[in-house]
Design a protein around this ligand. Structure first.
Ligand code: PLP
Ligand code: ZN
Length: 468
């Protein structure tokens, strides 16, 4: 829609002019660092960094109701750079000029109301926010859109002639990084991903290969790959694209903004269920809601229900025992979250201490419940991955424990597309899970193709069709 057709008072606010003053800030010693470099830890105390807009308070001059109108009307504009996560540019990453924004179709994923039968199985109605409907089929695209826009901006403004983007991955970070990097100038940008060999699905492996990235397979699990890229980022000139890079977190805050917008900014009695691996996403979602709350765009912070598998549950264990200890992971169908020592844990801890307190809940789940959460949802008109199944199973468990209540509005995060994880469905249907998973397939869920001869009579007979 044409800008001139929208209400006058709001018109001048629709193309964002505010550029803020964004710096890296250490989460421990609060030291600020300029954004003219790629930085992941505090050079002084080695703690994690977050991004801080030092002029954020100026945004408070605009009323919460006006912000809501800005975001809602912006949806109607054809301005390309504002079509994705940058719709929320002032909160998300104000200092990137629109000309540098890379938009590949990410964000604005749907909220889908749970099917009635599934609702009765879970014991309440809820919404699935399907982040599998992003370009590389996971939420990682949100963070990658902001990180790659920043690289694009840095190339233009700093005249960089060589950039090597690198990440460790449980599968989806590498798919997203490789996709977004492949959009940039190949004479300048190289793309490298490190994967734990045999620990990403075939679809996830095919994605960075298809995008032309250098794919390096390493024996071990994600945590081993992460250590390597962390050391590389300390010593060499590389751009780390894991969620340790706070610019990733910046983009992933859009998930929270969108939920608020899709619920018409009514966040009272809201619960958001998030599967937790490296804890970047849950950090981003919590930070996103804090932004909205501090600008009066929403009336309350939601409850966050973080879900993990018992095979990789350092955050849930921290919450129930009060002590954080890295765990060594066992095989999990929620493989994208199979992380024993989440890099962003210190951020989670701080956000819980400073803002969420009792509003941060955790449950951990058996592998059987996770996979059946996925199978059940997919049999009822939903498209969820194993981590989405984990979210649904987590909601069910939290309800039965009374920590989530039926009168609340629940949004369940399905973090990736079902098709990325079809090998786990396959193992279930073929009853060939390796022992480490502790999954015992039940016949009620199993589905297999039927072989028939090529005749309508054979098909009709098999289906017991009645003649007209
Ligand atoms: C990365 C990922 C997760 C875990 O997110 P973190 O930010 O690492 O906690 C969950 N689900 C899917 C599908 C993922 O790709
Ligand atoms: Zn510091």
């Amino acid at each position: 829609m044409n800008l001139e057709k929208l209400p006058l008072p709001i018109q001048k606010l629709l193309i964002p002019e505010y550029s803020g003053d964004v710096v890296y800030e250490c989460i421990a010693c609060s030291a600020p660092y300029a954004l003219d470099q790629f930085l992941y830890t505090c050079p002084q105390c080695k703690s994690l960094l977050r991004l801080k807009d030092q002029r954020f308070h100026e945004l408070k001059k605009i009323d919460g109701t006006v912000w809501r109108e800005i975001f809602d009307y912006r949806h109607m504009l054809r301005e390309e750079a504002l079509q994705g996560i940058f719709l929320f540019k002032e909160l998300l990453f104000p200092s990137i000029p629109l000309q540098d924004v890379i938009y590949l179709g990410e964000g604005h994923t749907p909220l889908v109301r749970s099917n009635p039968e599934l609702s009765s199985i879970v014991a309440m109605e809820f919404f699935v926010k399907n982040d599998g409907l992003n370009p590389s089929a996971s939420f990682k695209d949100r963070g990658m859109a902001s990180a790659i826009s920043f690289i694009n901006y840095s190339i233009r403004t700093r005249g960089l002639t060589e950039v090597l983007g690198i990440c460790a991955s449980t599968g989806d970070t590498s798919a997203a990084a490789a996709l977004y990097l492949s959009y940039l100038d190949k004479k300048i940008v190289r793309s490298v991903v490190l994967l734990p060999k045999g620990r990403v699905t075939p679809q996830q492996l095919s994605q960075p290969l298809g995008s032309g990235a250098t794919v390096i397979e390493i024996p071990g699990v994600f945590d081993d790959c992460m250590k390597i890229v962390e050391q590389l980022a300390e010593r060499y000139q590389v751009c780390l694209l894991n969620s340790k890079n706070p610019i990733r977190i910046m983009g992933q805050k859009s998930y929270a903004y969108e939920i608020a917008q899709q619920l018409e900014y009514n966040t009272r009695e809201l619960v958001v269920v998030v599967p937790v691996g490296n804890a970047g996403n849950v950090t981003a979602i919590m930070e996103g809601f804090i932004d909205l709350y501090s600008l009066d765009i929403i009336p309350a912070l939601p409850l966050i229900l973080a879900v993990q598998s018992v095979h990789a549950n350092p955050v849930a264990t921290w919450r129930s025992t009060g002590t954080y200890t890295p765990v060594s992971v066992k095989p999990s169908v929620a493989q994208a979250a199979m992380i024993g020592d989440p890099v962003s844990f210190p951020k989670v801890k701080k956000l819980v201490e400073d803002y969420y307190a009792e509003a941060f809940l955790t449950v951990d789940l058996q592998e059987q419940d996770i996979i059946e959460g996925m199978l059940e949802a997919n049999r009822h008109g939903h498209v969820v991955c194993t981590q989405g199944g984990e979210s649904i199973a987590g909601l069910k468990k939290a309800l039965s424990q009374g920590i989530v209540k039926k009168n609340q509005t629940v949004v369940v995060d399905s973090t990736a597309h079902q098709l990325k994880f079809s090998n786990f469905q396959e193992m279930y249907f073929q009853k060939n899970f390796p022992g480490g998973y502790n999954i015992c397939p039940q016949d009620t869920f199993i589905n297999k193709p039927v072989q028939l001869e090529a005749s309508s009579a054979a098909v009709a007979q098999y289906l017991h069709l009645k003649e007209k």
